[in-house]
Design a protein around this ligand. Structure first.
Ligand SMILES: *Cc1c(COP(=O)(O)O)cnc(C)c1O
Length: 236
């Protein structure tokens, strides 16, 4: 597809997503400015990232280190400034790489990962790395996320790390759960964390299929892939 056609397609999708966000904010009595759109560009090329940036997108999300590092480098080379959110499961041996280009790591769910990222951030950055603690709402460890007391332990560890800044929480609605129920539960947990860590106000929740429910329950960031960029290859 030509760049012009792709730009027009992305612009139309972006318009629809922005309208959904706006309607959901109005329905919830919130200001549309209170929700940040993070475009999840995984599996799509750097050219799409640049087109989205040209259309006014400020935040992008990626879930694999190698792919993210390459796109961040290409954006930088093109003089495009974006906030890069890492949203995937992260191996500790990738912490240094991710800390070098990411502005936010949304998927911290263990003390070991928090410690590795802290060391990495202190080694490769000149300012702290924003971290969201990923919450497992159903306690199933397979999909990532901290549950139970681990949630408080990981949050406290991040908050007391010199290389990290606790920004808040992130979650994915568990399969088979009604999203409203999931995000209501997330809001409750987020409220408990912000009570001890007043700066941890970010609630990253809501994807293409459930952004309305997330906004209704206080999401400050929605992470949108499919509705913006199209269906991904099912193997990814
Ligand atoms: C892929 C992904 C998204 C985007 O999902 P869509 O349903 O395509 O909007 C959001 N969050 C995370 C953690 C993801 O991995």
């Amino acid at each position: 597809m030509s760049d012009d056609r792709r730009r027009a397609e992305l612009a139309a999708n972006l318009q629809l997503v922005r309208e959904r966000i706006e309607r959901a904010c109005v329905a919830a009595g919130r200001s549309p400015g209170s929700v940040t759109l993070t475009a999840v560009t995984k599996t799509y090329p750097a050219s799409d990232v640049l087109l989205l940036a040209g259309l006014g997108v400020t935040d992008v999300g990626e879930n694999k280190d190698q792919e993210a590092a390459g796109k961040a480098a290409q954006a930088r080379a093109a003089g495009v400034r974006l906030r890069w959110h890492f949203v995937g499961q992260l191996q500790r041996n990738k912490a240094r790489s991710v800390a070098s280009y990411a502005d936010v790591v949304e998927s911290v769910d263990s003390l070991r990962l928090a410690a590795a990222l802290d060391r990495a951030a202190l080694a490769v950055r000149d300012r702290p790395l924003d971290v969201l603690v990923q919450v497992s709402l159903d306690g199933d460890p397979a999909r990532g996320g901290a549950a139970g007391d681990d949630l408080w332990r990981v949050s406290d560890a991040v908050a007391s790390s010199d290389g990290l800044r606790l920004g808040g929480v992130m979650a994915v609605a568990p399969r088979g759960w009604e999203p409203g129920r999931a995000f209501e539960r997330l809001a409750e947990l987020a409220g408990r964390i912000v009570a001890t860590h007043p700066g941890a106000t970010t609630v990253s929740a809501g994807m293409s299929g459930d952004l309305e429910e997330a906004i209704r329950h206080g999401a400050t960031h929605v992470r949108i892939g499919t509705s913006l960029l199209g269906m991904r290859n099912s193997l990814r």
